[in-house]
Structure formats: structure tokens, C-alpha cells
Design a protein around this ligand. Sequence first.
Ligand SMILES: [Zn+2]
Length: 253
Amino acid sequence: MDPFILAESYWKDLRGQEIDLAVLPWGATEAHNLHLPFSTDNIMVEKIARESARKAWEKGARVIVLPNIPFGVNTGQMDIRLNINLNPSTQMAILDDITNVLNRHSIYRFIILNGHGGNDFKQMIRELGIRYPKMFICVSNWFQSFNNDDYFENGGGHADEMETSIMQFIAPEMVKPLSEAGEGKGRKFRIKALNERWAWAERRWSQVTEDTGIGNPYKASPEKGEKCYNEILDRVSSLFVELAGADINNLYE
Ligand SMILES: [Zn+2]
């Protein structure tokens, strides 16, 4: 039982506990190529939230990790069996309710730790900022906290070498042999600007990839996963420490 994990806390202890920062992990339930489970994003974001909170706690930061939200935005994947889509408007309703609770209990520092590329909380945070002027809300995409090329030969972002390597390290029993994995070949748009990323459209996932993966996982290894994972924990835990100690009314140099 960790005192910085809400789901493992007892009222007896929690009611008097100092809390400077609330952390909400948010994943997704979706197909991850042929070798990783539907819970991949949830397993990774929960583990990263817990272990980063542990490091931050050991440095004196009073953090509390809320239970992970296991469903994310999967609107482009409605034809992929049992990918569970949560609409952005539903996410906003959930975030509003959670923020309301934190605000009521004077926990004004709040971070969403996001583990799924289809989730985009920025605009919601802007809107919540108007509703809850005392709150400081931010979001971190843990998968952007490091440089992919420092650790991996291939990118892609979905069930790719990075995700596979980290899962091989943190949850090896849940990763099938790479001989069973598809090659994660993602097709590009025919429209140039969409590939150059200065125009954006949602991808129809089932037309982009055969095996639901984007990014070749064959060069993955638990050793690569461990190195990358350690950098992620360093970065995310440092962010927690900084946020927990921040004067939210005096944030600028
Ligand atoms: Zn994923």
C-alpha cells in the first residue's frame, strides 16, 4: 500500500494528509498490433504515474495519484472491435466533475498524465480554467518526455518499438513473442500537407494499418525499454516535485 495512491488509501490516514498535487493518469482501451494487449496504454501510464509519484514522494512532494481513466478518444477506430471510444465531450464532463472535487477540497495543483495520443486535453484545460480560477491545471504526455531516437531505431507511436520495449520491461508476461507481431506499417495520406503536419485530419485507423500498429516493433528489447523508462521516471517525477512546490500565483520568472 502506497500512501500516494488514492485507491490504496484509507480515510483514517487520508483525511489529515497534506496534499499539494493531484495526478490523474488517463489511458485508453484499444488494439495494439497483434502482440500487445488492449490495456497497453493503461498499464504504462499507471506504472509511470505510480513510480514517478514514488520518486517525488521520496523527495518530499505530497502527491496523490487518482485512479486511471481507462478509456480514451478512439473516434477514428470505431470499426476496430471493442476499441472503446470516450468522446471528448464526455472527457470534459469527467474532468469537470473531478476538478470540482479537488477545488472543493482546496487541492489546487492538478496534472493529467496522459498516455494516449488520441486524448487532447489542452482546450478542456483552457475552459476549466475559467470555471475554476483558483486551480492550476496542466497536462503532460509522458510519451513526449524523451527523444525517441535516443533509444529506438524505429518510431511510429502506436504499438511501436518504444511501446513494445517498455512493455517488455514493465509487464513482460503480457507481451507476446515478436514473431507473432505484425510489422506495424502505417500508410501515409495522399495529401501532402497532412503528412507535413501543418494540416491535420483524423486518420481512419483501419485504412492506415493492417494490424492496428503504427511503427515497426521488431527491434524492441526490454533493455531498451528499461533505459527509456528510467528517463521517463526522472522527468515525470521532477515535474511532480516542481509542481507540488510551485507557487501557482507566481509562476513566471
Ligand atoms: Zn499505446
